[in-house]
Design a protein around this ligand. Structure first.
Ligand code: NAP
Length: 491
């Protein structure tokens, strides 16, 4: 069945970004909006990633909405079910739920310049909206590499973000491909139950101890009674994380962290040959720094083998590595990450001049304030280009961007504008400042190939500076950076 819904604002996605946007709209008295969600439940990345051991590696008292502090976080780094519960509770508490359309997979967006609105094609039909907020997140589309011979494989395969809970791993021979943030969380969990675990590592990650602990009933009670104490705790965490910007910007300062990580590795792994395999050869921080107390010890267990020779071929019931060694496996789990720099929706988002976002970006995503794009009127992207973080909570970035969106919406109301977009020169100036701040940071000079870099080699994913600087720039609107048109005015 197709339905046609005309709305002022369409928000795509119901994770932290989509829900946060919806909540702030409601707080501003704007209720003419819908939240389009492709899944059957809200929650974004915290719904999709349900693999064993999934948790956030930023403290929950920081990784949460500033307008919805939760005194009841059970531990420092909460697990996925607790974060998903928090998002569900926020949707209910702030009245977002009636605005959510579940099972609505957005496939294409087209700007209709005559009508000055977006035409949104989805699995549930066509929606038109004056404004679109894309809150699909950079980590929503899993990548599964094409392994040679994989079509012949008769065992089970799935990606970490699409975990098959119906498949019982107990007693199975399992191969895990990838050793990033997801793998380090689920490998120690499945190691305990599988018969044999082959971990295919391409690049070893830098791993630091995870300072996780339970929050006592007394602590929670204190935060409940004295919200100011919780605010102070959050502020302390925020400042601690901001200090990491110094070593990211001056890679030499990473040496101390590297020494700590090497000590952590030595404590966990006695075998020098395995330790050598697990020792990174690039500067810490160039790829995401991982926090784990149980991953390295798990790799040292007798039922685990770390394979660094790559995959030459997959056969019906086995994998042959790059050195020709064949190992029988019942299941292959891809922990191979996502597509942040060429999201599928960008290929089907058509702007004012008929070009898609992918075409406009020419291989390297760029946006004014990481949020709006010249030639794409009334389109806002939460966690758009250069708004990701290697050191702190992206919820902070999302909230800063939401304030920007609200200010642009107010500008439209005040000036009676039907369409606004950033001026190309303002966008260029913003991107050029970001690029110049990026120079010399560990993400570009750290000697690794990471998913932070796009196909052109440019870092189009991360914000290269203190997050308060982003907040300050983005939440102050410079109206002259935007070009606006009234209803019926041609571009
Ligand atoms: P990821 O960090 O991109 O790691 C992917 C892993 O797969 C890497 O080890 C990569 O090796 C390997 N890989 C990719 N393609 C491969 C191929 N064709 N053959 C062999 N190996 C291959 O993905 P992720 O672990 O899912 O994490 C993605 C992001 O999600 C993280 O960086 C983080 O931002 C977020 N995350 C956050 C948390 C949290 O606690 N907050 C938890 C999980 C994930 P190379 O390193 O050599 O490329």
């Amino acid at each position: 069945m197709t339905e046609r819904v005309d709305t002022r604002i369409a928000i795509i996605g119901s994770g932290f970004g989509g829900l946060g946007m919806a909540i702030r709209l409601l707080e501003r008295g704007i209720d003419d909006f819908v939240v389009l969600e492709r899944a059957r439940e809200i929650g974004g990345t915290w719904r999709d990633n349900s693999y064993p051991g999934c948790a956030c590696d930023v403290e929950s008292h920081l990784y949460s909405f500033s307008f919805a502090l939760n005194p009841d976080w059970s531990r420092s780094f909460s697990s996925q079910p607790e974060i998903l519960d928090y998002l569900r509770a926020c949707a209910e508490r702030f009245g977002v739920t009636p605005h959510v359309r579940l099972g609505c997979d957005v496939r294409a967006l087209r700007w209709e310049d005559d009508a000055q609105r977006w035409r949104i094609e989805s699995s549930a039909g066509v929606t038109t909206a004056s404004v679109v907020v894309v809150a699909t997140g950079p980590l929503s589309d899993p990548i599964v590499p094409e392994l040679p011979g994989i079509a012949r494989f008769e065992g089970k395969t799935f990606h970490s973000a699409q975990w098959d809970h119906a498949y019982d791993l107990a007693g199975k021979r399992v191969a895990v491909l990838g050793t990033g943030a997801s793998a380090v969380q689920f490998v120690p969990e499945i190691q305990k139950v599988v018969a044999k675990l082959d971990v295919y590592q391409r690049t070893p990650p830098w791993i630091l101890p995870r300072p996780d602990r339970d929050h006592s009933a007394e602590e929670r009670r204190r935060f409940r009674r004295h919200p100011l104490l919780q605010r102070l705790h959050r502020a302390r965490l925020y400042l601690q994380h901001e200090l990491f910007v110094f070593p990211f910007r001056r890679p030499k300062l990473m040496e101390r962290g590297q020494r700590m990580a090497l000590r952590h590795l030595k404590r966990a792994v006695a075998d020098p040959a395995l330790r050598a395999k697990l020792t990174p050869r690039y500067t810490m921080g160039c790829k995401r720094i991982l926090l784990s107390n149980d991953y390295l010890p798990a790799l040292a267990r007798a039922n685990v083998e770390v394979i660094t020779a790559g995959v030459r071929e997959v056969r019906e019931r086995s994998i042959v590595d790059g050195e020709g060694v064949e190992r029988e496996v019942d299941a292959i789990i891809y922990a191979t990450g996502f597509r942040p720099t060429d999201p599928p929706l960008a290929a089907t988002t058509v702007g004012r001049d008929g070009r898609t976002l992918i075409e406009a970006w020419e291989g390297s995503p760029k946006a004014y304030m990481g949020t709006t794009v010249a030639g794409f009127p009334n389109l806002f992207m939460l966690l758009g280009p250069n708004t990701g973080l290697g050191h702190s909570s992206v919820v902070y970035m999302i909230e800063a961007q939401i304030e920007h969106v609200l200010k642009v919406l107010r500008l439209m109301e005040r000036r009676g504008l039907a369409a606004v977009e950033p001026r190309a020169e303002a966008q260029r100036a913003f991107v050029s400042r970001v690029d110049s701040r990026m120079r010399g940071t560990v993400w570009t000079a750290g000697g690794c190939a990471s998913w932070y870099l796009d196909g052109t080699g440019r870092n189009s994913t991360l914000w290269p500076d203190f997050t308060w600087r982003f907040h300050r720039r983005v939440s102050r609107l410079r109206a002259r950076d935007y070009a606006g048109r009234r209803a019926g005015e041609r571009g």
